[in-house]
Design a protein around this ligand. Structure first.
Ligand code: C2E
Ligand code: SIN
Ligand code: SIN
Ligand code: FE
Ligand code: FE
Length: 410
């Protein structure tokens, strides 16, 4: 539990810290865990507003977490609720006013809102004290809702949220809202960039790239823990990788519609043209301004290299696409990178991209059954894919499935 002095110090750092996080998903996880640690709360959730509804987006619950193996994540089903005064979260979003409830099982019968027992009944958890605060812009637009659940005293007994907790969380919500608005703008711009490149079709959505981003982060996190990478570095890399992975195919912006949207198989010549999307994508990030640009370049360039060395583009000069001097040519072409010569983020996104491409329909192919997808993933271990990553892939399959569920084609 944090002392008051520690809380103040931490609060002072937060504006700076949170504003370094650029990816929305990573930011929300951070906001929730920081908010909970300020008031020693057992659980919490974030809802993000989408027009007239709230989407249940993130949730953490320490008590439920202890019932599952260490390092695992709780998997919640996502749901949507209307913004109206009938639910607690809806009420706060509709009015823009925070709500501090000492015991949700004893809400005044005259209150417009009621507590839905569904989650408690399903999970065996008991919700008591709930503090709900809107995440709002300075203009008063509601971005979402932060709901903190079950404050605890030193003995982990559930207590109501104090006035001090209220003040702290209100202040915190203000800081978090600024960071959230910024991250949402970044995400919007990224999605536009992606739509412009891969999708070039107004009916398409960002579901594929969101899935590739989330799978990549999940696999990286486990790979990094195995390799004892410092947790601060993991956190920073997760943020960059998520967005970089979403942009893996941004170089397709330069590929003609005829090839990109061809319903059938590509000819050899067309495929040679298609391969340029790797170097073209990497070129966009050549003037590496930040760590993110470096990761994005690494991913765009290397996501079609193969573990066995038969991938593309191999050792090329990113700027010109010409073979890099000092590396041997194979059949007149640059030699492919092999094994750990391929940067880790390239190896990870290669796996995520193939898994997603096989699992879903493409303009040139049908979606495959999961059993066939998994058989192929196993087959590609040591061929296209890094065997260690394939092993991590299978150990995290339940999480990857929940990501598929979360970003369905719509
Ligand atoms: P993509 O659709 O994002 O596919 C990414 C990667 O997933 C592919 O890289 C390949 O490794 C794997 N993959 C996708 N579909 C299949 C499949 O049916 N069988 C197998 N075994 N693997 C599959 P690759 O081959 O380097 O292709 C890169 C990109 O080139 C693809 O990105 C897609 O945009 C395009 N492409 C590849 N083949 C065709 C094709 O026959 N027709 C069209 N129109 N485009 C193709
Ligand atoms: C709400 O804010 O009403 C939803 C949370 C819950 O019912 O557990
Ligand atoms: C995500 O970023 O969507 C979840 C992946 C993870 O946190 O491991
Ligand atoms: Fe690609
Ligand atoms: Fe792709």
């Amino acid at each position: 539990m944090l002392t008051d002095k520690e809380k103040l110090e931490k609060m002072a750092m937060l504006g700076v810290e949170l504003n370094k996080v650029r990816d929305v998903d990573i930011l929300l996880e951070r906001v929730l865990s920081d908010a909970r640690s300020f008031v020693n709360a057992d659980a919490g959730s974030i809802y993000i507003r989408d027009k007239e509804s709230l989407n249940f987006t993130y949730s953490q619950n320490d008590s439920l977490q202890t019932r599952i193996p260490e390092g695992e994540k709780l998997i919640y089903s996502t749901f949507t609720m209307p913004i109206d005064k009938k639910s607690i979260a809806g009420y706060v979003a509709a009015t823009g006013e925070p709500l501090n409830i000492a015991d949700v099982y004893r809400i005044e019968p005259t209150a417009p809102y009621g507590f839905s027992k569904k989650f408690d009944e399903k999970s065996g958890y008991t919700t008591r004290s709930v503090f709900t605060v809107p995440l709002m812009t300075t203009r008063g637009d509601v971005l979402g809702i932060l709901q903190i659940i079950n404050a605890q005293d030193e003995n982990e007994q559930i207590i109501p949220f104090s006035e001090n907790d209220e003040r702290m969380l209100l202040h915190f919500a203000g800081i978090a809202s600024v960071a959230l608005l910024r991250a949402q703008l970044t995400r919007t711009i990224l999605l536009r960039m992606i739509r412009m490149s891969e999708l070039r079709d107004p009916k398409e959505t960002g579901a594929h790239v969101n899935r590739v981003g989330s799978y990549s982060v999940e696999i990286y996190t486990h790979w990094a823990r195995r390799n004892q990478i410092d947790s601060k570095e993991i956190e920073r890399n997760r943020d960059s990788l998520r967005m970089a992975a979403m942009l893996h195919d941004v170089g397709k912006v330069a590929i003609s519609d005829q090839i990109l949207k061809k319903p059938g198989k590509l000819t050899d010549e067309e495929f040679e043209e298609m391969k340029h999307h790797t170097t073209i994508g990497a070129r966009l990030f050549l003037d590496a301004q930040s760590e993110f640009d470096e990761v994005a370049q690494e991913v765009a360039l290397n996501h079609h290299e193969r573990w066995d060395g038969d991938g593309y583009p191999g050792y090329v000069d990113v700027e010109t696409g010409a073979p890099l001097k000092g590396y041997p040519l194979v059949g007149g072409k640059p030699r492919g990178k092999k094994g750990e010569e391929i940067p880790i983020f390239g190896r990870i996104v290669a796996l995520a991209d193939i898994y997603d491409a096989l699992s879903h329909a493409r303009i040139y192919k049908e979606a495959w059954d999961e059993s066939k997808v998994l058989e192929t993933m196993r087959y590609e271990s040591g061929r296209k894919l890094d065997p260690v990553l394939v092993e991590i892939f299978f150990s995290r399959l339940h999480v990857l499935r929940s990501i598929q569920h979360r970003y369905k084609e719509d």
